[in-house]
Design a protein around this ligand. Structure first.
Ligand SMILES: Nc1ncnc2c1ncn2[C@@H]1O[C@H](COP(=O)(O)OP(=O)(O)OP(=O)(O)O)[C@@H](O)[C@H]1O
Ligand SMILES: [Mg+2]
Length: 237
């Protein structure tokens, strides 16, 4: 097995706008070792979301290879990609994307229903445990509209963890939160990374959130133009 849980090799991606191809990624190579927490930064339009979408198999690159836990996403059909996503990756978005007609508890339970491995009782047990883990034991039966932004994002984190994926992918997950709440969410993510060995790759515009990562990759116009390792984390966390 490869030491890298995510391997992106020289990917290119263009979007077709009418007859014109708009390049979004122009030869990006990223290797993420198991258990690393990586931050992606860069100006609007530099290709960050495009890269995350390709990792999740939500879109296809024009060129290049993407291996997730040794499996070639680019060669998979839609069903295989969906299964890979369900087992290997938990996604967290800026706008939480919870199902509004479902309670917090049901939102966390939903991916396990899709996964189909756990029976009803152990599934509900696990949903309860995850809600406790994100500090929302007393909010199980609330609907998303009855929760604060930070609480909704913690439900989304619990949901992302439902099937115990080794990888967490976040796109501006603190973007809609005030900085105090954003810090709480990032502290939780960092804890999942350090205590549970989750590999994390997340996009942020906020340098203070980038400080939570082991490494920051700076993108510009569809390429990686700079990377830096954060060495002082041991003292801070
Ligand atoms: N569906 C699409 N159709 C056409 N062009 C797109 C599409 N999605 C993204 N693009 C273009 O691809 C480039 C990269 O977009 P992307 O969303 O990856 O940027 P980003 O770094 O995530 O920006 P932001 O920080 O604003 O979220 C941009 O030039 C954008 O206009
Ligand atoms: Mg984006």
């Amino acid at each position: 097995m490869s030491d890298f849980i995510i391997e992106v090799d020289n990917i290119h991606k263009s979007y077709l706008m009418g007859k014109e191809a708009v390049p979004a990624l122009r030869g990006v190579t990223v290797k993420v070792p198991r258990g690393e927490m990586v931050c992606l930064m860069g100006p609007s339009g530099s290709g960050k979301t495009t890269l995350l979408n390709l990792l999740g198999g939500l879109d296809e690159p024009g060129r290049g290879h993407i291996l997730i836990d040794g499996q070639n996403v680019v060669a998979m059909d839609e069903e295989q990609v969906a299964r890979l996503r369900l087992h290997k990756m938990g996604f967290i978005f800026q706008t939480f994307n919870l199902l509004s007609n479902f309670t917090a508890f049901e939102n966390v339970e939903a991916p396990m229903v899709l996964h189909g491995t756990l029976g009803r009782k152990p599934r509900r047990e696990r949903a309860r445990l995850l809600m406790e883990q994100v500090g929302l034991a007393d909010r199980m039966d609330h609907y998303p509209s009855e929760l604060s932004g930070g609480q909704q994002q913690r439900v989304a984190i619990a949901r992302a963890l439902a099937n115990d994926p080794p990888i967490i992918i976040g796109d501006e997950m603190t973007g809609d939160l005030d900085s105090q709440t954003g810090f709480e969410v990032m502290t939780l993510i960092r804890q999942l990374n350090q205590a549970h060995g989750k590999t994390v790759i997340f996009v942020t515009h906020d340098p203070r959130m980038a400080d939570f990562a082991d490494r920051t990759i700076h993108m510009l116009d569809g390429v990686i133009h700079r990377e830096e390792h954060n060495h002082d984390l041991g003292e801070r966390t």
